[in-house]
Design a protein around this ligand. Structure first.
Ligand code: SAH
Ligand code: SF4
Ligand code: F3S
Length: 450
């Protein structure tokens, strides 16, 4: 292969964890001399970083893959890779289903891409799905944004929610050490990044697997300790973290968020269902009362905190009354944002085998009803921003209106206002909110008094 012909394309499905993995894999490919191609048909290495959280996500991958597999018959030089969670779930089966594939690699192997590709270029077809100790990231990721960056703090998940494939595909929890997390943040600060989102499937479970973490009966390596440890990294103005599990969300963590000025007052804490029997069947390990107590506590310390969550409707055996408990939770809490999904039975999960599955009609009816309520609730929650002064970190131009820039408030609301991106990119700007919508705001820039 000549250098000019080494062009790669990555399509990423799924969650922020996958997006962060893709950025690292793109960094590895660029280090190897590949150039990015937006158009997959102009690339001669295509990587699909896949998601299998629901059946629809998995099926999408097969349709994308089918097109490129055909192309390979005319262009035998094309390298085809499936990475991520479908790769981990299907392994060898994927190779049998799509024999044109060169490499099938699970999420734990993302940082090993170069090593695996060298084996492919030697003429091998590779499946890398065995559980491993994740190697520390040695390449510079090719990050999509130059303002806001993700930093992984914990990989994997040790929970066993009865509907979920994540523990099967992401493996057991592996926390990075506070030192390497801080070092990555310091480097990002030097490069001019302003905002960091710390990432983990259950980020508040951070540190449980690190040596010495239960010394003298008290965790020394919790997420709370980590926040104190990284808070003063120079150049970084905002710190966020996601996703939090209600089981591990402590008052100590809430206090730290209130105390540390760079930590934004936005919390993503999925509740999944508002009914205790369903929560039990899901093996979530908390009650709806405990969830409400956490939100009350957050609001006691930070009255204006913005709260988002995930919820599943149509879980096996869910009655109409139990579904209404979820709607009630949504109304009572007044979420700023809620990601909703109809339950999808997943291979290798206990709930998929139960005989009390609901019909597609019931599930989609409930999904529609909850989504309707989500927009109403979010629109109500947005009202509180009207007329207020909000701090916005400018990330980009508004793709729909080049006279405007866009960024996020501390509460994570997307906000648009008139301005020049060349001057404002990466700046924290005070914006007076003049229009509110369910999921975004518009405002005017207010010059900072000298
Ligand atoms: N670790 C996070 C969530 C990770 S998965 C947590 O515990 O909250 C992201 C979201 O996908 C979940 O919050 C859940 O709402 C949804 N999800 C997971 N498995 C699902 C399934 N089988 N069907 C429908 N939605 C699902
Ligand atoms: Fe899945 Fe539950 Fe783990 Fe979240 S905590 S990733 S829902 S098993
Ligand atoms: Fe999907 Fe894997 Fe994330 S299944 S939601 S990409 S952990």
């Amino acid at each position: 292969m000549t250098n000019s012909r080494r062009r790669y394309h990555i399509t990423t499905f799924g969650c922020q964890m996958n997006k962060a993995d893709s950025e690292r894999m793109a960094g590895i490919l660029e280090d190897m001399g590949f150039e990015y191609s937006e158009d997959p048909n102009k690339a001669n290495l295509i990587l699909y970083n896949t998601c299998t959280i629901r059946d629809s996500a998995e099926q999408k991958v097969y349709s994308y893959l089918g097109r490129q597999a055909k192309r390979k018959h005319e262009e035998p030089d094309l390298t085809l890779i499936v990475a991520g969670c479908v790769a981990q779930q299907e392994g060898e089966i994927l190779l049998r289903r799509v024999p044109e594939l060169d490499l099938v690699m699970g999420p734990q192997h993302a940082n090993r891409l170069q090593d695996l590709l060298e084996q492919v270029f030697d003429g091998n077809q590779i499946v890398a799905t065995e559980p491993i100790q994740i190697v520390e990231d040695i390449t510079k990721p090719r990050r999509d944004s130059s303002v806001s960056a993700w930093v992984n703090v914990i990989y994997g998940c040790n929970e066993r929610c009865t509907y979920c494939v994540v523990p099967n595909v992401r493996g057991v929890e592996q926390s990075r050490t506070p030192e390497v997390i801080r070092a990555e943040m310091e480097e990002l600060g030097r490069q001019g990044y302003k905002e960091i989102t710390l990432l983990g499937q259950n980020i508040d479970a951070y540190g449980r697997d690190l040596p010495g973490s239960t010394e003298s009966g008290r965790h020394q390596n919790t997420l709370t300790d980590l926040l104190y440890y990284v808070h003063d990294v120079p150049g970084i103005e905002r710190i966020r973290f996601a996703t939090s599990h209600p089981r591990y969300f402590t008052e100590r963590l809430i206090r730290a968020c209130a105390e540390l000025p760079k930590v934004c007052e936005h919390f993503h804490i999925p509740f999944q269902s508002g009914d205790n029997d369903i929560l039990k069947a899901m093996s979530r390990g908390y009650t709806q009362e405990k969830y409400r107590r956490i939100i009350d506590k957050i609001r006691e310390y930070m009255p204006d905190a913005s709260i988002s969550a995930d919820a599943i409707v149509g879980f096996p055996g869910e009655t109409e009354a139990q579904f209404e408990q979820t709607l009630k939770m949504l109304e009572d809490i007044g979420f700023d944002m809620l990601n909703t999904a109809a339950y999808s039975p997943r291979p290798g999960t206990p709930a998929a085998l139960w005989d009390n599955q609901l019909s597609e009609e019931v599930k989609s009816d409930r999904l529609q009803r909850i989504n309707h309520l989500v927009s109403t609730t979010a629109a109500q929650a947005s009202q509180r921003y009207y007329g207020r002064l909000e701090e916005v970190l400018v990330e980009d131009q508004n793709p729909k209106d080049p006279t405007q820039v866009m960024g996020r408030t501390r509460g994570n609301r997307l906000t648009f206002f008139t301005g020049d991106i060349k001057q404002l990119k990466g700046k924290l700007v005070n914006v007076k909110i003049t229009e509110v919508r369910a999921f975004s705001l518009t405002g005017e820039r207010i010059p900072v008094p000298c």
